[in-house]
Design a protein around this ligand. Structure first.
Ligand SMILES: [Zn+2]
Length: 286
């Protein structure tokens, strides 16, 4: 896909997002704006209890997210206000739905748009709102503190899930937590190589959107665990990678892949073999 097509697609996606947001926000009266050290949350259709929870997460959890992100990126911790929109349970589901629809048709509980520099979340989904807020805040703060560095989607998703789990539960995510029947089966196909994960991109055309997203996310959790076992002279890759990829200017999937092979001194087949072993061990594949 050419750079122009890619940019046009992003513009199109951003335009659709903004139109959807405007049409939904107009319907719920005056928004409530909550400001904390690291975020500005514009809330619509929230109950009093939901607003209290939002405030609590913004004041208690977002500073922890910011500290982790700055440690990973080795940058100075400074206040910033990540922009977030939040729909409460009083925001009519039908109006809100289009905002959260992923390219594969699934509905997300939260989304982060790097292009719009905006996170959008909603109450009332299966995932607890604290997790959703922390996850999207991680995306927003990685983008901010990394100066918009273009990490592959799998890496951004991996770190957002890792930070979400560490801040909320104190533990890394479980590879099997998102497993479902068909996703489990399909996950053994194209997504379960390091290369397949790094290449995943919603904008790469229709074939990418047919990928089972749960299977992809499960693969990403495995990839992050795998990075926790791999090391280079500077330490475990999971702790050093965000910073080192920036230093190496590795901002496309193939540069990241080359970088991985270089720092681990592995061939592509050895790396994939080790990853498969890791996945098999941690997911109980037969
Ligand atoms: Zn995410």
């Amino acid at each position: 896909m050419s750079a122009e097509t890619r940019t046009a697609l992003w513009r199109c996606a951003r335009g659709a997002l903004e139109r959807a947001l405007c049409s939904t926000f107009a319907a719920f009266g005056r928004p409530v704006i909550l400001r904390s050290t690291y975020a500005e949350v514009v809330a619509q259709g929230c109950t009093g209890a939901e607003l209290l929870e939002l405030r609590h997460v913004a004041h208690r959890d977002f500073p922890r997210v910011a500290r982790v992100v700055c440690a990973l990126l080795r940058c100075k911790l400074q206040p910033t206000r990540a922009k977030m929109l939040c729909y409460g349970s009083r925001a009519a589901p039908d109006r809100v739905k289009p905002v959260f629809r992923l390219p594969n048709g699934d509905e997300a509980a939260g989304i982060w748009s790097a292009h719009a520099r905006l996170a959008v979340v909603r109450f009332g989904q299966a995932v607890p709102i604290r997790r959703v807020l922390v996850h999207e805040c991680a995306h927003a703060l990685i983008h901010h503190f990394a100066g918009g560095f273009d990490y592959p989607f799998a890496i951004l998703e991996g770190y957002a899930m890792l930070i979400e789990s560490m801040v909320v539960t104190g533990r890394p995510p479980e590879p099997t937590s998102r497993r479902t029947g068909p996703a489990h089966a399909r996950a053994q196909g194209r997504c379960m190589t390091v290369q397949g994960l790094l290449r995943f991109d919603w904008l790469e055309g229709p074939s990418a959107t047919s990928v089972d997203y749960d299977a992809f996310l499960e693969g990403v959790v495995c990839f992050m665990g795998f990075l926790g076992e791999l090391g280079n002279p500077h330490g475990r890759l999971v702790k050093t990678m965000l910073y080192e990829l920036q230093e190496a200017r590795a901002d496309t999937w193939d540069k990241v892949y080359e970088w991985l092979l270089r720092v681990t001194s592995l061939s592509a087949s050895a790396l994939e073999g080790k990853f498969l072993t890791y996945v098999t061990r941690n997911r109980g594949y037969t």
